[in-house]
Design a protein around this ligand. Structure first.
Ligand SMILES: [Fe+2]
Length: 336
């Protein structure tokens, strides 16, 4: 437990607190044992409104995945924190961009993450983060990640988000391709000490498979590795950033992110972006079709959309998309 940890109004967590906080916070990876989490204290004056119990300062949804386990446990699932931290070594253009991003996300991302983890320590068994923990690559953000995971190198797992791959250097525009992601492979592999492409973490007999799926696309290498996970014969919960599209999810995406302000039709929106890539890439199409027939699949946890939505993916699995953690949001999932 951290003592004397304080959140400041500007960054949420100062340099010293951040190091202590993260070392304890993510010591077990994306699937973090909640009992190991520190409890960061919050300055009451920093909270957006008076709150006598800052630890409960989180907005939660609840879900239940029944597998037939001998012992129940729960997971706090969070995603899309979009931290935009900078350090002295970051160039002025990145510092300026981070400032704009912090304004866009409210500037309380670090506090939202801290509060989520503080809540999880007392109320859940594990924590999983499904990507966009950082908004783009800065020295400050990657240093933060390194301190998060570095203490227990090799024992951690997390799902990358599309923003983890965003370098934002020299005017470079992010591209939704494996080739663009490959430019960051070395940097991210050094900061996140686990396999960023696919990682398996088994807890209570459930295989949590975290996979880097950030544009609706699955690679042939990931398909092969997922096949090996199925061969273990354990119930699988697939954790990734971008949800696999369904008609209901596509309708919600169109409503939330599109120009239309009110529902005027229940027709399935046209495919575009991540959904179009998923539905037209042969490797991904075959993987998804196969996954829908996989009885070991018990659930999919995803993020990216910044709002809550759920839909049935297969006869044995519902896909649960969690809203943005930058808005103090998460969902607790009970496994029985
Ligand atoms: Fe995202």
């Amino acid at each position: 437990m951290i003592t004397g940890n304080r959140l400041n109004a500007k960054q949420g967590i100062n340099q010293m607190d951040r190091r202590e906080f993260i070392t304890g916070m993510l010591a077990s990876g994306a699937l973090v044992a909640a009992a190991d989490l520190p409890i960061p204290a919050a300055e009451p004056s920093c909270l957006p409104f008076p709150c006598k119990t800052p630890r409960s300062y989180i907005s939660l949804g609840y879900h239940h995945i029944h597998i037939g386990l001998p012992q129940p446990f729960s997971v706090l699932h969070i995603s899309d924190t979009h931290l935009a931290l900078t350090a002295e070594a970051d160039p002025p253009d990145k510092v300026a961009f981070a400032k704009r991003r912090n304004e866009g996300f409210g500037g309380n991302q670090a506090r939202a993450l801290a509060n989520s983890l503080a809540w999880a320590k007392d109320n859940a068994d594990y924590v999983i983060h499904t990507g966009d923990l950082i908004d783009f690559q800065t020295v400050g953000n990657l240093d933060f990640v390194r301190k998060c995971f570095g203490a227990e190198k090799g024992t951690l797992a997390a799902a990358m988000g599309n923003h983890e791959y965003q370098r934002r250097q020299d005017g470079e525009k992010p591209k939704p391709t494996f080739d663009y992601n490959a430019l960051s492979e070395k940097t991210l592999a050094e900061a996140f000490p686990f396999d960023i492409n696919l990682q398996s973490t088994v807890v209570h007999g459930v295989n949590f498979v975290t996979m880097s799926q950030v544009y609706g696309l699955v690679s042939e290498a990931q398909v092969e590795r997922f096949r090996a996970e199925r061969a273990k014969g354990l119930p699988i919960v697939l954790c990734m950033h971008v949800p696999f599209t369904t008609e209901h999810i596509r309708r919600a995406v169109s409503k939330f992110w599109g120009r239309s302000k009110k529902f005027r039709s229940a027709a399935a929106p046209k495919l575009h972006g991540d959904a179009l890539r998923q539905e037209t890439d042969p490797v991904t199409c075959a993987f998804v079709a196969d996954l829908r027939k996989e009885p070991l699949l018990k659930g999919i946890l995803a993020g990216h959309l910044h709002f809550d939505v759920q839909d049935r993916f297969s006869p044995t699995a519902i896909e649960y998309v969690v809203g943005g953690n930058f808005l103090y949001h998460g969902q607790e999932i009970l496994f029985t």
